[in-house]
Design a protein around this ligand. Structure first.
Ligand code: DC
Length: 242
């Protein structure tokens, strides 16, 4: 996959496996450095929701790609007081909670594995990456979407730690899955995302690997913000010298 010609020095990409803490860290990081937050998983989730509603098979690549090209998916700042990380709309309808539905969880990996779906969603992601200071979250944002980002982070954590966090979130939302069920699902999704042919989850060239085990969100945000500010200062100084 070729890179883009845009200047992406002020783009920070955060990729990593399920429940490594990417979205929460990214929200605070974006606020700290004055960036737009773009969680690319929401695109795949919104397409999956649209497909489920139309009873399109998660294996029907062409129909899914058509949906990805024609549905209008917007990600905006969170409605105040909702505790959300962002608002997501699908053709104007607020689907922020609906895209977290267990049915979407079950099918989103299959939908996102289609090269045609990924290709359809690539221009949308690159367009947003070109809007200046942006924190992008996903699986392939540093390896495929914005390979020339100013800072690329791969956020990882042990399966146990990630399952504990995801289980606590599910219980807080009233869900009834056990810890063991959550751990098994997480391992299944990790294996699927890392072994699929199209843009598998991988550490991008030049990415900084950070393990979130035992670290607070505040500490992770401080660590990544310091790396980003250092890169931005250096590239500004290099620009001045040129
Ligand atoms: O991060 P998440 O759980 O919201 O992601 C949902 C799904 O989308 C997950 O199965 C991986 C996939 N995804 C992807 O393939 N590429 C991305 N850049 C982001 C998410």
């Amino acid at each position: 996959m070729t890179g883009t010609t845009h200047d992406h020095r002020r783009v920070i990409t955060i990729d990593g496996p399920v429940a490594a803490g990417k979205s929460t860290v990214a929200r605070e990081l974006a606020d700290r450095v004055g960036a737009t937050l773009f969680d690319t998983g929401t695109l795949y989730r919104a397409v999956t929701l649209a497909a489920l509603r139309r009873e399109i098979d998660p294996g029907a690549s062409d129909e899914l790609a058509e949906l990805a090209m024609t549905r209008r998916i917007d990600i905006a700042r969170p409605t105040p007081g909702t505790g959300r990380l962002y608002d997501v709309s699908l053709d104007g309808e607020d689907v922020t909670e609906l895209i977290r539905d267990p049915a979407v969880d079950r099918h989103v990996s299959a939908v996102s594995a289609h090269p045609a779906v990924r290709a359809a969603l690539l221009p949308v992601q690159r367009d947003i990456a070109s809007r200046g200071t942006v924190v992008m979250v996903g699986r392939d944002t540093g390896s495929v979407v914005v390979p020339n980002a100013g800072l690329k982070v791969y956020l990882d954590a042990s399966p146990d730690e990630r399952a504990r966090r995801r289980h606590a979130e599910i219980v807080a939302r009233g869900g009834e899955l056990t810890y063991d069920e959550v751990l098994a699902d997480l391992r299944r999704r990790d294996a699927f995302d890392a072994t699929r042919e199209a843009s598998p989850l991988t550490v991008a060239d030049g990415a900084v690997v950070i393990r979130s085990d035992g670290k607070t969100v505040a500490a992770l945000v401080a660590e990544i913000a310091a790396l980003a500010l250092d890169r931005w200062e250096r590239s500004a100084a290099a620009g001045d010298a040129a």
